[in-house]
Design a protein around this ligand. Structure first.
Ligand SMILES: [Zn+2]
Ligand SMILES: [Zn+2]
Length: 374
């Protein structure tokens, strides 16, 4: 997509009313009826201006364009998944896993497929979502999935015509191969010619549609595949599987399949990027005397040395006990925050020992009974 801001001669911070003004000025200059110029260059320029305005005057499209440099066209294709309102968080990167995995993307925008042009067209992408447990996201897994997609119709070999049928003039466009579309703009109605959808611009079609696909050239199939989920996959990531989307019209190449990952959070482990954060309660005596304890990590139990005199709130780090970094072969770390538990129930003997300790420390304290609110 060309720089839409440049086309309208405005910059990225320009507000809508300013964009409207810029558009009006340019549209008047290049409108075929206003300018009196009907050459191809003017027409092309006018089209560009309209396209730029269509995106930049719509806050949602403009936001998409600003973020991704393009804007998806229309809703998801047949069998597609509607991701309106899907929250992609702040992740904005893409990983390449070479041949073993698909690419991972954060976005579903900007992958719309053009419609209405003649000749082969790339098929639509398909979006599906799957749930992955926290453990699976950490260890990696394989998930069998099943989805519906369009494939080439075997009966007509994708041509849409019943084998052996006659070729006649297209009724929709009377053989011109074009359809006239009327568009409303702030300057009034504008007519644009688009390629006839019935005949894909050829001006003719078969008199009998394929009995299997009703002329579409494609039929639905259930596709079963196994998706490899790499260890360390994060919530809201998407895995792209090349060529697993819809087959294109008129033998066009297939679109891609995007598998969106939803990771169920863990009750025990909090993940921040590739690190794990947990809190561990220890007894006040462990904090005072020190201890060696076993802590649960995502890779099993690990020994942690608590030095004598460890204060509450202290954070220990277990290096390399975090989540595998996708595609990197390294791991994040596990951070354990210590929470020192003060015993609330003391036996008579406990109490005497603590009081003795207080005396030895020459602490002239006035022991109290349990708090009013306890
Ligand atoms: Zn067919
Ligand atoms: Zn036609």
């Amino acid at each position: 997509m060309d720089d839409l801001y440049k086309i309208l001669g405005v910059d990225k911070k320009t507000d809508v009313s300013e964009i409207k003004r810029a558009y009006r000025k340019l549209a008047q200059k290049y409108h075929p009826d206003v300018s009196g110029k009907k050459d191809a260059e003017t027409e092309k320029k006018f089209k560009e201006i309209n396209q730029a305005y269509e995106v930049l005057s719509d806050p949602q499209k403009r936001a998409q364009y600003d973020q991704f440099g393009s804007v998806g066209n229309g809703p998801a294709g047949p069998g597609g998944f509607d991701f309106n309102g899907f929250d992609f968080g702040n992740f904005n990167g893409a990983f390449d896993f070479g041949s073993s995995f698909g690419d991972i993307f954060s976005s579903v925008f900007g992958r719309g497929t053009r419609r209405g042009s003649a000749g082969p067209e790339r098929g639509d992408d398909i979006e599906i979502a799957i749930n992955v447990s926290f453990e699976e996201s950490v260890q990696g897994t394989e998930k069998p999935i099943e989805y519906s997609r369009l494939i080439l119709c075997a009966h007509c070999k994708g041509k849409g015509a019943e084998p052996g049928s006659k070729i006649v003039t297209c009724h929709t466009c009377q053989g011109t191969g074009q359809q006239i579309r009327v568009q409303r703009t702030p300057l009034g109605q504008i007519q644009t010619a688009t390629v006839c959808r019935t005949c894909e611009g050829s001006g003719e079609k078969a008199d009998k549609k394929c009995a299997k696909c009703h002329g579409e050239g494609r039929t639905h199939e259930r596709n079963r595949i196994t998706v490899r989920i790499p260890a360390g996959i994060f919530d809201k990531a998407a895995i792209r599987l090349n060529g697993k989307g819809e087959i294109g019209r008129q033998g066009g190449e297939p679109g891609d399949l995007y598998v969106h990952i939803k990771v169920t959070p863990s009750r025990e482990f909090e993940r921040v990027k590739d690190d794990i954060h947990t809190t561990r309660k220890i007894h006040v005596l462990q904090a005072i005397l020190g201890d060696e304890i076993q802590v649960k990590t995502i890779h099993g139990d690990a020994a942690l040395k608590i030095p004598a005199g460890t204060p509450g709130g202290k954070v220990f780090e277990l290096k390399g006990y975090g989540v595998p970094k996708v595609g990197a072969g390294t791991k994040g770390d596990h951070f354990i925050k210590i929470d020192v538990e003060i015993p609330t129930k003391l036996s008579k003997k406990d109490r005497e020992l603590y009081e003795q300790l207080a005396k030895d420390a020459k602490l002239n304290i006035k022991p109290q009974s349990k708090g009013f609110f306890n």
